[in-house]
Design a protein around this ligand. Structure first.
Ligand code: ADP
Ligand code: MG
Length: 291
């Protein structure tokens, strides 16, 4: 297959691994920086240029689009989709997953468990909004935060109100959730490729934090998810339209719940912790689909 990886930097671990896994399997592969792809759109057809030269004819495109370039990156990806390239994660699916509020609406509508979530716009409604959620602690999340950076825990109602007011003042979009305290700072990262969970790690928040993200200093160990957890992770990715996804699940008293479906999941942590060739699984899946 002729493959392109859309990534800002070919030296990033995940990008390097995808390139390596593709070459090992005899595919031709090129890394394209999405911000250096520019396009001509006309009713006669599309053209994409890259650093002065036309590009195209890819059987498949694997997007590795960071949160800071979501809009431009998905526009470039959409262009390749319209030019006939297969992608496991279509532009619309990435946009659905990146917007936590939208993703929660879609997942809940399909009966997938998730922490009760509220959102609202007008400051006059804050008191009732928080009462719809129930008593604190609450988890407040920036709608487009990643790597745990926009996720806060408030233990008192006055703190929830204060944070909500502060975020409104900054014109930030956010959601407020019930806190799943019984998880004790742990969650599961299930790595989904197609209809399979190819690796799972249990992540544990560092002492004094509730966020288990590896970027926040969390630690991880390989685990085998239960059948229910695996099915839930696969369903969640499917509902959003992602064929490659990092699904974060939390073990609650009411059963597993989805916290987040990541459309550009990092490979470094999961490959090291699970000693697994996740990049290889992605390449094999994409090659089979793009034939
Ligand atoms: P991000 O996109 O920043 O990773 P997440 O929604 O995945 O945001 O939250 C980051 C981490 O915070 C999770 O991995 C989990 O450890 C913790 N967390 C998030 N939501 C909750 C919640 N409702 N209850 C308990 N812990 C949570
Ligand atoms: Mg997360």
């Amino acid at each position: 297959m002729k493959l392109a990886v859309l990534s800002r930097n070919s030296k990033l671990y995940s990008t390097r691994r995808l390139v390596e896994a593709a070459r090992e399997r005899g595919h031709s592969v090129r890394v394209l920086d999405p911000l250096r792809c520019y396009m001509r759109i006309s009713s006669e057809g599309f053209t994409v240029h890259y650093k002065g030269k036309p590009v195209g004819g890819y059987d498949a495109v694997i997007p590795r689009i960071g949160a800071s370039v979501t809009r431009y990156g998905t526009a470039v990806l959409r262009q390749f989709e319209m030019m006939g390239s297969y992608t496991p994660n279509p532009s619309d699916a990435i946009l659905r997953a990146r917007d936590k509020l939208r993703a929660h609406q879609l997942l809940a509508a399909q009966g997938i468990g998730l922490p009760v979530t509220v959102f609202g716009d007008n400051p006059d409604d804050t008191a009732d909004l928080l009462s719809m959620l129930g008593p604190p602690p609450h988890v407040i999340k920036l709608n487009e935060g990643t790597q745990g950076a926009g996720v806060m825990l408030t233990e008192k109602l006055s703190a929830s109100r204060g944070v909500v007011e502060a975020l409104r003042g900054l014109y930030a979009n956010f959601v407020v959730q019930e806190f799943i305290g019984e998880a004790e700072g742990a969650d599961l990262r299930c790595f989904v490729v197609g209809n399979q969970v190819v690796a799972t790690m249990r992540r544990q928040a560092p002492e004094g934090d509730f966020r288990s993200n590896l970027h926040r200093g969390g630690t991880a160990e390989p685990v085998e998810a239960t059948q229910d957890e695996k099915s839930m992770a696969i369903r969640a990715a499917e509902v959003l339209g992602l064929r490659v996804a990092g699904v974060d699940l939390i073990r609650s008293r009411r059963g597993p719940m989805v916290l987040e479906v990541n459309s550009t999941p990092g490979l470094e942590g999961i490959e090291a912790v699970c000693n697994a060739d996740v990049a290889g699984r992605i390449i094999e899946y994409v090659a089979a689909k793009s034939e």
